[in-house]
Design a protein around this ligand. Structure first.
Ligand SMILES: C[S@@+](CC[C@H](N)C(=O)[O-])C[C@H]1O[C@@H](n2cnc3c(N)ncnc32)[C@H](O)[C@@H]1O
Length: 282
């Protein structure tokens, strides 16, 4: 991978995640600036955490701890491990880097270690070396992506992992579903929702993140959570696809259409510009 090394102390996502928001950051930053959050920052679909790391790096998060959560257990376990045990993870990744070749990749892919630190190092290693660079499990919770063809993958980005770990000291990280944000968000907090997107066509499967599908029922439940937060004076910002269902669910809130580069079908090599929406209640 040809990613730049992190500038010391400036964390970037340590995992490349499906639906990562890096390229929409300028649009998101502008809206966060308008929210002028005074309270805590919440990200209930954290994934790779592109916006969180960006806001942290720019010094735009308040003094209180940010709340990051996701219902993907493997992902959250990796966050906990990087938060608490970053040096052990770096040491393991250094050794994985030395061992990296085809046989080693497939051996790593085949077994999930019991130890949480080894498990986190395995996810980071596979994320850095697999085809397409996305740790994405199939509907049975299996990871069966073949090895990618990178000349010199950056398997152990120690400066970034240390910067990430420092940033995570300022966070509460939970494994939970999005509605739990109602238990913690208070007036003047800011919540950014980046859920699995509503499908743009019957064949497009944007929602198959891991076991289970984020269907219409969950999109409706999410819109109810958004509405409840609005009533409580919590600032909420959401990204989703530009489809009639989303326009209908968030009627009455500010809905803006933005252009984004996305995978346009299940073939990961095909990218194109698509419309997405940003909804906010401030
Ligand atoms: C679009 S991705 C978020 C991408 C993230 N913003 C980034 O920059 O990488 C959606 C995330 O929602 C999570 N997710 C799916 N269903 C969920 C649920 N019911 N509650 C919480 N998180 C969920 C997935 O595990 C995935 O990480």
């Amino acid at each position: 991978m040809t990613e730049p090394l992190a500038i010391a102390g400036t964390p970037r996502p340590f995992l490349k995640w499906v639906g990562g928001k890096r390229q929409l950051l300028p649009e998101l930053e502008r809206r966060v600036a308008q929210a002028r959050p005074h309270g805590r920052y919440h990200e209930p679909f954290v994934g790779g955490g592109a916006l969180f790391f960006d806001l942290y790096s720019r010094g735009e998060l308040g003094r209180s701890k940010a709340c990051l959560s996701d219902n993907n257990q493997r992902l959250i376990q990796a966050y906990w491990a990087v938060q608490e045990h970053v040096e052990e993870i770096i040491a393991l990744l250094d050794s994985h880097r030395a061992s990296h070749e085809k046989e080693f990749y497939y051996a790593m892919r085949a077994q999930v270690p019991e130890d949480p630190i080894e498990r986190a190092a395995r996810i980071i290693y596979l994320n850095r070396t697999c085809f397409n660079g996305l740790f994405r499990e199939n509907s049975k919770g299996e990871f069966n992506v073949p090895m990618g063809r990178y000349k010199n993958p950056l398997i152990c980005d120690a400066p970034n992992l240390r910067a990430v770990s420092r940033a995570l000291q300022r966070c509460t990280i939970r494994h939970q579903s999005f509605a739990a944000v109602l238990e913690t968000a208070k007036t003047d907090d800011l919540v950014y929702f980046d859920p699995p997107y509503a499908p743009v066509s019957k064949t497009a499967n944007f929602t198959g993140y891991h076991k289970g599908v984020f269907g219409e029922e969950l999109q409706r439940e999410l819109a109810d959570v958004f509405q409840e937060l609005t009533k409580r004076g919590v600032k909420a910002l959401l990204s989703n696809s530009d489809v009639p269902l989303i326009h209908a669910l968030y009627k009455g809130h500010q809905i803006e259409v933005v252009r984004a580069t996305r995978l346009v079908n299940s073939n990961a090599s095909k990218r194109g510009k698509v419309n997405e929406v940003m909804v906010r209640n401030f």
